[in-house]
Write a protein that binds this ligand. Sequence first.
Ligand code: GLU
Length: 397
Amino acid sequence: MLTERVRAVKPSMTLAVIAKVRELKARGVKIFDFGAGEPDFNTADYIKAGAVAALEENFTRYTAAGGILELREAIAARIHKDNQLDYSPDQVIVTNGGKQSIYNALQTLAQNGDEVIIPSPYWVSYPEMVVLADAKPVIVQGSEENEFRVTAAQVEEALTPNTKVFIMNSPQNPTGTVYSREEIEALAQVFVKHGIHIISDEVYDKLRYNPEPHVSIAQISEEMKALTVLVNSLSKTYAMTGWRIGFGAGPKDIIKAMTKIQSQSTSGVNSITQKAALVALSSGDEIIAERTEEFRKRRDFTVKRINSIDGLSCFMPGGAFFLFLSVAGFMDKTFGDAKVTGSIEFATTLLEQKHVAVVPGIGFGAENYIRLSYATGMDDLEEGLNRLEQFLASAGI
Ligand code: GLU
């Protein structure tokens, strides 16, 4: 008999869409892929060369569970440069993507009887990871008028004596929303007052399109830093999604506990990946600026195009590479011979009829929405959006 815990957990909807698209592509079907939250760029050659060198040097053995020292030093230096925050290498853990840092942090900070506040819409894995820690996800709804942000007042209202953790995510997946410094300060005041831990998922920190610098909640004050586990990843920044490399930084005792969990579960991240990550973090950042500029062009094009389609609209998001679109007006409508009553059917029918992949909003806690990733080439964006428009028009509204 499977445990109650595993029966309660839903599989990842983003990974399910990615797998389906990969399968169709392998069968030779051309897909207009707005599903995967991953850059379409390849990992840069100089980073790949770092992996090849590691192999040639036989750097192929177990590493320390929390990651090799040089990499933890490079991560600490990077956080210092980007966020003006000081962490020693023993306040840093190298993990299988940012995802494993979030998982380890939740295993460390939350348990049966605890509540974890998650702003909605949320990345698909947050509530499920809370369930895997036997804790209770408490969802606070961000309003669309406020670009889906939650306010400090809303969060304060959701607090109970059992609240242990708040999951912060800016720039946000699936909406692309960026919280301002003032908004983060207001939230931080609540967390410090009540001693709430923050897991701050900052994996899209480099994908921002406005001049204001990225603000980590850990930057707000020393008290806030002492309550925060900052999470980041090389996946989006360096187009390294499949390498599985990310990190967490925070108070020594929390990082030590997260490392203990890793030592008894997955051990250290792949040794070759760690060496490639060291090269990525120690080299110049021109590549990031170039790619962000490319994403900005795609964002501007996609937002304009979406707003020209009957029945769709969206705001201009400040970061990441997603648009979160209401398709409420298309519910209970018929597309060809398919009646669509929810976001899963909407996405499935769109994929079947037009070969356009999106992720159903229900995975992010918002039925009647879809997430569209514009991390795809301009030609595919153009044709895919044409197909989306034709699809919607076929419902005849
Ligand atoms: N974070 C990405 C996404 O939202 C990758 C898939 C995942 O791990 O969820 O699409």
